[in-house]
Design a protein around this ligand. Structure first.
Ligand code: PLP
Length: 402
């Protein structure tokens, strides 16, 4: 008889993030709606974009569709690593802006950062130890549990360390870092990232750096890429995405950088890059050609300017939300280099207390912070990836009630 995958079963019985959202959060919001039929509820839980695509991207998508609809320009399967043109654009119009040099062979395009996150961890042995920020974007933990890794070290991120941990005290094999951070909104300085790169080189560890929110950084001194730190190309993989910087949450497009200089025990330079190429060719036959044409347009000069305006729009939303909520009852973190506000209530309040306070007083539904890990207890994550009118309405309600 066939048997089930126990790793997946353990993940489900210990409650995945998606299960907590479905079974606890959505249930609570539904019950609240029923008991408060006249109150408007503003969903600020999801990290999903709401602004429409920029005109340059739309034009590229229309052109690409017409090409697919004409016999002389139709194309089918493409390169499974992503089109050369898109990978060149990522090198020349994204990384070069940060003085980082890669060649297109080191870039792997996927259908969003989410699946890339899962794919990357398959490069490593099941017995590798993993360090995670706590609170944490849940898929890093879940992908590793799914694969059967059990040695997980948590790096607490709290007010004492401004939500940026120091490198682990002991040796770990793989360290996940996400800056700007989801859910806390924190960013890491050059010297903080430098400490992680030094740690990784000293301990032969690998950093997996999630730079999905890099476009939201507004200060030139804060690194947008781990590769701005010297030596990081020898010890770090980076994950990027068009989702938040260009509104591709529905179109789906992301990438990973696996530098040729990166080595593991018993692997030579370039071998890991080659291993990932083979792994992808076995299970992934390339991102949508339409999405890739959109991605090339997003990285054009005009596309970048238009996308930046949309990012600025979200950051204005974040400012409105943060300023509006900061009060004697609430302390708000983040929302400066990232669209998330990490809201804390009075000392001793649980995440659910803060959640219910926001719902009752502003009609705002967020995500209880402990869904992201034990150190998230006492906080709620709000997403400002929404329209100003929504936030204005919620803030008016808040001001009138508090
Ligand atoms: N990484 C982080 C930190 C995220 O917050 C998200 C989505 O919210 C992702 C990765 C996934 O992005 P994508 O839409 O490219 O799969």
């Amino acid at each position: 008889m066939a048997t089930r995958n126990e790793n997946l079963n353990n993940l489900l019985t210990s409650s995945s993030f998606a299960d907590m959202v479905r079974n606890k959060l959505m249930k609570t919001i539904k019950e609240y709606r029923i008991s408060h039929p006249r109150q408007e509820i503003y969903m600020m839980a999801w990290g999903d974009t709401t602004h429409c695509l920029s005109p340059t991207i739309v034009e590229a998508l229309v052109d690409a569709s017409h090409q697919l609809g004409h016999p002389s320009t139709y194309t089918g399967y493409g390169e499974f690593e992503g089109s050369t043109e898109l990978r060149e654009s990522i090198c020349n119009s994204y990384y070069k802006d940060y003085d980082v040099e890669f060649n297109p062979d080191e870039i792997f395009v996927g259908d969003g950062a989410q699946s890339v996150t899962f794919d990357i961890q398959e490069l490593f042995g099941v017995d590798n130890s993993v360090a995670l920020q706590d609170p944490i974007y849940p898929p890093y933990l879940e992908a590793n549990l799914f694969t059967g890794r059990t040695e997980i070290v948590y790096l607490p991120c709290d007010e004492k360390n401004d939500f940026v941990p120091a490198p682990p005290d002991s040796r770990v094999d793989i360290i996940y870092l996400c800056f700007p951070n989801n859910p806390t909104g924190a960013v890491a300085t050059r010297s903080q990232l430098n400490a992680f790169v030094e740690y990784a080189k000293r301990n032969n560890s690998i950093i997996i750096f999630d730079a999905v929110y890099s476009a939201f950084i507004s200060e030139p001194d804060i690194p947008r890429s781990i590769y701005e730190i010297p030596g990081a190309n020898e010890c770090a993989i980076e994950i990027g995405s068009f989702s938040k910087m260009a509104g591709f949450t529905g179109l789906r497009l992301g990438w990973a950088v696996i530098p040729n200089a990166l080595t593991l025990e018993n692997t030579a330079m370039g071998e890991l890059t080659e291993m990932f190429r083979v792994a992808q060719s076995i299970k992934f036959w390339g991102a949508s050609s339409l999405a890739q044409q959109g991605g090339i347009a997003a990285l054009s000069k005009q596309g970048k300017q238009e996308c930046q305006k949309i990012v600025d729009f979200y950051m204005d939303s974040a400012k409105l939300l943060k300023n509006g909520l900061t009060s004697p009852d609430l302390t708000c973190f983040g929302g400066i280099h990232n669209p998330y506000i990490w809201v804390k209530g009075a000392d001793g309040q649980s995440s659910w207390d803060v959640f219910h306070y926001l719902l009752a007083n502003a009609g705002i539904a967020g995500i209880p912070g402990h869904f992201f890990g034990a150190s998230g207890e006492g906080f709620v994550r709000l997403s400002a990836l929404s329209h100003h009118e929504q936030i204005d309405k919620a803030m008016n309600q808040y001001k009138s009630l508090v």
